[in-house]
Design a protein around this ligand. Structure first.
Ligand code: MN
Length: 296
């Protein structure tokens, strides 16, 4: 892992509150990989520009061994955040990469890519997240791109008191993340908050934001308790300039995946692995895939 820089705390005046708590839905994808879909299709407009968040975590190989064999995407970006285990990425552009614990993969599907993510282990724990970030209409047909960020290249910072933050995307506290993206300006943080500590995070009021508590204990977010394995959708409040997280005294550290970004405010049309603006564009994506020209 990267050696975190010690930074000074940044104060906010008023925290956003929790608008709604969401419990993920157990599902499976790929060749039978068990996962929890935290951000589901009905929340896409509310959490624009984010389209999906899956959490996966299992000690049982039967839950992940099938992996994600070759499948297409068009019109958005995928962010894979590995916490445990190893997966091998390969795609139609010719990229290959090992997804190892602590690494991040940022794939821009653009006009089309076919890729696979297969487990590089037959036992042991596999855990992580996949987040889908939409592309603006004008960017959907850009050439595909792939970036593999090894654990040591994911910028991290620490505060007095032990709060540790990995900056996967965007910038905060003077630290710029592994990836920065124009237009949607995603801020993606993996936060470890020790018992009794608070962390204040400035945020533009217009950006949509959510926090997924994935480790151990409940966390107070803007005055409301958020239990483990729950996502808090944060209210867009004109008077709120950020969000405040507080871990309860005396327990274990809290782990939070925090995601925020600038909404695109464009129509969202999804058919499985394709996310466009209109039904006609979805038909075109399916036709291009069937004719074998989606990823050429
Ligand atoms: Mn995929």
């Amino acid at each position: 892992m990267n050696t975190p820089t010690l930074v000074a705390p940044v104060s906010i005046t008023r925290s956003r509150g929790v608008e709604r708590l969401v419990r993920g839905q157990p599902t499976s994808d790929g060749a039978g990989v068990k996962l929890t879909r935290v951000l589901t299709q009905p929340l896409q407009q509310r959490l624009d520009p984010f389209l999906m968040l899956d959490a996966f975590g299992s000690d049982s190989a039967s839950d992940y061994i099938g992996g994600f064999p070759d499948h297409p995407h068009r019109g958005f970006e995928t962010v894979t955040i590995m916490k445990a285990g190893r997966m091998r990425h390969g795609d139609s552009v010719g990229n290959t990469g090992l997804l190892e614990p602590g690494s991040v993969q940022w794939m821009t599907a653009g006009r089309g890519i076919i890729h696979s993510e297969m487990p590089e282990q037959e036992e042991g724990r596999m855990a992580g997240f996949q987040l889908w970030v939409n592309l603006a209409a004008r960017d959907k047909m850009q050439p595909p791109a792939y970036r593999d960020v090894p654990p040591a290249q994911v910028p991290a910072f620490m505060l007095d008191g032990g709060t540790a933050v990995r900056v996967i995307a965007g910038s905060t506290h003077g630290v710029t993340g592994a990836v920065t993206r124009p237009t949607t300006e995603p801020l993606v943080l993996d936060i470890v908050l020790p018992a009794g500590q608070s962390f204040e995070l400035p945020l533009p009021a217009g950006h949509n934001a959510f926090a997924y508590v994935y480790g151990g204990v409940a966390v107070d977010i803007g005055g409301s308790p958020v239990a483990s394995e729950h996502m808090a959708i944060l209210r867009n409040e004109p008077g709120a300039d950020g969000v405040r997280f507080t871990a309860p005294e005396g327990g274990q550290a809290a782990q939070i995946l925090f995601v925020a970004g600038a909404p695109l405010r464009e129509p969202i049309a999804q058919y499985g692995p394709f996310v466009m603006n209109t039904t006609q564009e979805l038909h075109q994506a399916v036709a291009d895939f069937q004719r074998g020209v989606l990823a050429t």
